[in-house]
Design a protein around this ligand. Structure first.
Ligand SMILES: NC(=O)c1ccc[n+]([C@@H]2O[C@H](COP(=O)([O-])OP(=O)(O)OC[C@H]3O[C@@H](n4cnc5c(N)ncnc54)[C@H](O)[C@@H]3O)[C@@H](O)[C@H]2O)c1
Length: 256
């Protein structure tokens, strides 16, 4: 069985799917016959992905907007249910880097922006989708966590806290909904070639500390497709007994 088997006709929502890991994930599900809702704040990228999937014979739907806005979240959940009859798979993948600021250098704006997009937005969308999964008696939720979910040496305070928070959401979901057909898991990517960018403040000492600690140990860069393959596996029935797991996809960085 290939990892994309079993998704024929299933309704899948992928956030941050205009670029990078989300884009590769939307493609993999579409290739497996799923109907995919592509949600992203980047209109051009979102419409391009949807157009390409449709041109290849797949089914895709675009919702453009900032997922930290409750109205956009409601739109994503509502349109997925309307178009697909439900949400079989939710991939909470959209995210941003912080400025790699140490905690003492993190201002309110950096903290609130990163927590809102990386942690609150997945909470809001999952809360909107869970009732539909419970009604259907099935659903799989996969989060894109990070190496920063596992250690303190990969990003600034805000990003690290947001990605540790994702692990808390995964574990709580897995335990609270065990036995009701819903599974929740995460991948923890190591460095992956995507469009994500660090906008470090010149005076911040975080980048120097992070670079020093991680340079020799992080392994090679992965591709968005390698991350997407792990997401699809966790979402699939092949992972039916995997629940509450955070899977490093990182060329052994987490093992160092
Ligand atoms: N690339 C890496 O090395 C790496 C490592 C660990 C974790 N991650 C995580 O992977 C996930 C995907 O990132 P990527 O590397 O593919 O980067 P990317 O920048 O290529 O893709 C992220 C996508 O999220 C979208 N997005 C950002 N904020 C949004 C918002 N408020 N509402 C809707 N969409 C929004 C962006 O427009 C973009 O299309 C993120 O959660 C990131 O933290 C990436």
């Amino acid at each position: 069985m290939t990892s994309t088997e079993g998704f024929e006709g299933r309704g899948v929502v992928v956030t941050g799917a205009a670029s990078g890991i989300g884009r590769a994930t939307a493609w993999k599900f579409a290739q497996g016959g799923a109907k995919v809702l592509v949600a992203d704040v980047d209109r051009t990228g979102t419409e391009a992905v949807v157009g390409e999937i449709e041109a290849a014979g797949g089914t895709a739907l675009a919702v453009v907007g900032d997922l930290s806005d409750q109205r956009v979240v409601d739109d994503v959940a509502g349109r997925a249910v309307e178009a697909f009859g439900g949400v079989d798979v939710l991939v909470n993948n959209a995210g941003i880097m912080d400025r790699m600021s140490a905690l003492g250098e993190t201002d309110d704006a950096e903290w609130e922006r990163v927590i809102r997009i990386n942690l609150t937005a997945p909470f809001l969308l999952t809360r909107a989708v869970v009732p539909h999964m419970l009604a259907a008696g099935r659903g799989s939720i996969v989060f894109t966590a990070s190496e920063a979910s596992l250690r303190g040496s990969t990003a600034g305070a805000a990003y690290t806290a947001s990605k540790h928070g994702i692990v808390g959401l995964v574990k709580s979901l897995a335990v609270m909904y065990r036995g009701q057909g819903i599974r929740a898991n995460a991948i923890a990517p190591g460095p992956t070639a995507t469009a994500i960018r660090v906008d470090a403040a010149e005076e911040a000492h975080g980048p120097a500390v992070v670079g020093q600690l991680s340079g020799a140990t992080m392994g090679r860069f992965g591709s968005a497709e390698e991350q997407a393959a792990a997401i699809v596996f966790l979402a699939s029935d092949a992972a039916s007994f995997v629940n509450g797991a955070v899977l490093p996809v990182d060329d052994a960085w987490a093992a160092v």
